[in-house]
Write a protein that binds this ligand. Structure first.
Ligand SMILES: *Cc1c(COP(=O)(O)O)cnc(C)c1O
Length: 342
């Protein structure tokens, strides 16, 4: 069965209003000397979507909400870190779909203070009408969410639980669908992208793209992510497992092994949500050369990884690289003081 046919069988709630644009970055090509070396740098604007501020989680939520609505759910219970972009977009898309939303937010990052605890995504979660449960450090968010869903059930409601990053097989399918979109767009542009570069947190985005590439007969190794959460070997294992779960859900033959998964662990720094010097420089460069926003936790570190790969000769004349902009700019407001200090 083709990827298109397999995707059509899954319930989906439209949140995207069509394709996101692919744009060229002449300012970055110049700043990195890529232009003089014959390397093209492009972005796919998955930060540019019609609701909730946009971001990669909306593609996952299309399939998660489709699944939830088919099960008759009236409430989405989502988990994440305090400044979770997935939580924000779960709240926004639940509002759009007429569902209630409860967020279980835990302390995944050693930061606190007003800026981190109340601004950025947390402010928006509240505006989107979500009911927020703030957990203390060390609390088990998954167990809390499942217990909360059972309580709601007992009160006659029907809850759908979506865990960390929405990276279940159902959610990750959103990026198998995106792989199809990229393949169509690159045919239209006449550009065969050497690599597609993105951040890797809960791994569903990379997994979905890699599964999609496999289903299309392309090389899944062309999907390259920079881990921002796990060390490289763990990120590879979880991405492979999720990609295979996506292929199974889609009913597509074939499986990926570890050699099909292309992940760098070089940008992780001291860990999830902890800034690196390269991240600050990358966020600033993209903002002041192109007017584009990345975020401190995910896309800023991944863009730093791309800059490092360009500087160290990973790409050669004739190569074109596509950076997937995954959104997350509300996170900038949670790290404002760090940016202003530099
Ligand atoms: C969640 C997120 C990612 C990572 O996606 P995963 O599927 O969790 O690996 C990247 N960028 C942003 C802005 C995100 O919010």
């Amino acid at each position: 069965m083709s990827l298109t046919d397999s995707l059509r069988k899954l319930p989906r709630y439209d949140l995207l209003d069509g394709e996101t644009p692919i744009q060229r970055l002449p300012g970055i090509e110049e700043a990195t000397a890529a232009s003089s070396r014959g390397i093209g740098i492009y972005v796919k604007r998955d930060d540019f979507m019609s609701i909730g501020g946009g971001g990669n989680k909306l593609r996952k939520l299309e399939f998660l909400l489709g699944d939830a609505l088919r099960q008759g759910a009236d409430t989405i219970v989502a988990t994440g870190g305090r400044q979770s972009n997935f939580a924000r977009l779960a709240a926004a898309s639940a509002a759009r779909a007429g569902l209630k939303c409860e967020l279980v937010l835990s302390r995944m990052v050693p930061r606190d203070g007003d800026e981190y605890d109340r601004n950025g995504n947390v402010l928006l979660d509240d505006l989107f009408g979500a009911h927020i449960h703030h957990l203390d450090a060390g609390a088990d968010a998954t167990a809390f969410a499942e217990a909360r869903a059972r309580d709601l059930q007992q009160a006659g409601r029907t809850a759908y639980v979506a865990l960390l990053g929405g990276s279940s097989a159902v959610g990750s399918v959103g990026y198998a669908s995106c792989a199809l979109e990229i393949a169509k767009q690159s045919d239209g542009l006449g550009i065969d992208f050497t690599e597609i570069v993105l951040p890797n947190g809960s791994s569903g985005t990379h997994a979905g793209l890699a599964a999609g590439y496999k289903a299309l007969g392309r090389d899944p190794k062309q999907i390259r992510s920079h881990s921002v959460l796990a060390v490289q070997s763990n990120a590879i294992a979880s991405t492979m497992e999720k990609a295979n779960a996506v292929l199974a859900l889609l009913g597509i033959d074939g499986a990926l092994d570890e050699t099909d998964i292309n992940i760098s662990g070089k940008q992780l720094g001291d860990g999830y949500g902890i800034p690196t010097a390269a991240m600050f420089d990358a966020v600033r460069l993209l903002a002041n050369r192109e007017g584009l926003l990345t975020d401190p936790v995910y896309s800023g570190k991944a863009f730093a990884g791309l800059l490092d790969d360009i500087a160290t000769g990973r790409y050669k004349a004739g190569d074109n690289v596509l950076f997937l902009m995954t959104g997350g700019s509300p996170g900038l407001y949670a790290y404002a003081r760090d940016f202003l200090r530099r």
